[in-house]
Design a protein around this ligand. Structure first.
Ligand code: CA
Length: 395
């Protein structure tokens, strides 16, 4: 079997009035860099790469540099090709767009390998520990409608948080970091009251703080029984991470802006995080996930991936998490304590909800792991064409 086509596809879905904000940026649209790899035997593999920035640089890395390296190769060797592409781009890559591009290729090659063998990716990764993965809702961003009422309450934020509980979630992640600490503390209190004491609450700052502000916010989070504090400080501020981890009881999570096992090694060696959050579509793909997870487990650190983007990204994460052992093993594993979670973004995103013929659906608070060969997904061509943008480079 040979690779005959490597086609990056830029998708954009404008959100209009449904736009929302984190501490770092506004989201007027959702976008994805999808990758379609075709073979001479008619199989088509799907990947996704790049999660946070514009998709064009990732598409350019694939189109101009990486695609010519893999055309004509047998796709059934994802680990080998991932290592080769990383080695070829090391001098100018290592992090960012090149590794995101390699991630997309890697995921598509695992998809193709699984299809060629007639086996789902989670079986190729060593076998499934579970056929569904406990999901947490990512929501409660900043929205224009989150205004105080006359009584000083935040009814729209409370309603949003409650809607996740009503949908079956028992774990919810909210944003902090955009507002002054007292105002964000009021938002955390509002969400905690809305969801009740039994629902697990997580908070994500998107590296909004310096260490001393994060420490103040962390103490407020602890007072509201928040279970993890995600990206409290800049990804480069390893000393800040370590200080917070030593000073706070809340678990420190991070890593969505880190790349490859080499990047994560620094986070682990320096005692920065309790929970590592590599993104499969950014940190090096499924091949690298296995290595980052192994490294993390040797440090006693849990690995719960960051997931953002389309249904393709979600499917890749579900296969990875199906094959992740309980950590640590117990006779009765509990979500978050020792069972992994999947991040299920609840912000508007047609690329997540419409792109797959069978989109991911929550069942009893869990997402089922796809069972079909490869990633076990089918991309809806009509939806793809609806959101597809013109090609970056001619020809
Ligand atoms: Ca995050």
């Amino acid at each position: 079997m040979r690779i005959t086509g490597v086609e990056p596809l830029i998708l954009r879905a404008p959100l209009g009035a449904a736009r929302f904000l984190s501490s770092q940026s506004a989201f007027p649209e959702r976008n994805s860099l999808l990758l379609r790899i075709e073979t001479d035997e008619g199989l088509v593999g799907w990947g996704e790469g790049g999660q946070y920035g514009p998709p064009e640089p990732v598409a350019a890395c694939i189109q101009a540099v990486l695609a010519p390296q893999i055309l004509g190769r047998d796709p059934r060797q994802p680990v080998r090709i991932q290592e080769l592409l990383y080695a070829l781009t090391r001098d100018f890559g290592q992090k960012g767009a090149y590794v995101e591009a390699i991630s997309a290729i890697d995921i598509a090659l695992w998809d193709l390998t699984g299809q060629a063998l007639g086996e789902p990716v989670h079986r190729l990764l060593g076998g499934a520990f579970r056929d569904r993965v406990h999901a947490y809702a990512t929501g409660c961003y900043y929205r224009p409608e989150h205004q105080h009422d006359a009584a000083g309450q935040l009814p729209a934020l409370a309603d949003e948080a409650r809607s996740y509980v009503d949908a079956g979630f028992d774990t919810i992640k909210m944003k902090v970091g955009l507002l002054a600490i007292a105002d964000d503390g009021a938002r955390v209190a509002c969400v905690r009251e809305a969801i009740g004491a039994q629902t697990r609450l997580l908070a994500d700052a998107n590296h909004a703080y310096n260490a001393y502000s994060a420490l103040r916010m962390g103490r407020i989070l602890e007072a509201h029984d928040v279970l993890w504090f995600e990206e409290p400080v800049l990804p480069e501020d390893l000393d800040g991470y370590r200080l917070l981890r030593q000073s706070l009881d809340v678990a420190i999570a991070g890593g969505e802006c880190e790349f490859m096992r080499y990047g994560f090694r620094r986070l682990f060696e320096q005692g920065c995080v309790d929970i590592a959050q590599p993104d499969l579509c950014a940190a090096g793909g499924l091949s690298e996930w296995v290595k980052i997870h192994a490294l993390a487990s040797s440090f006693g650190i849990a690995t719960i991936p960051h997931v953002w983007g389309s249904g393709v990204a979600l499917a890749a994460a579900l296969h990875a998490l199906a094959a992740t052992p309980p950590f640590p093993y117990t006779a009765l594993p509990q979500p978050l304590m020792n069972e992994p979670l999947i991040e299920f973004d609840r912000n508007p995103n047609p690329l997540r909800d419409e792109l797959l013929v069978t989109p991911p659906r929550l069942v009893d608070g869990c997402l089922p792991v796809p069972r079909g060969p490869g990633l076990g997904i089918q991309v809806d061509e009509q939806t793809l064409q609806r959101y597809r943008q013109p090609d970056l480079l001619p020809g």
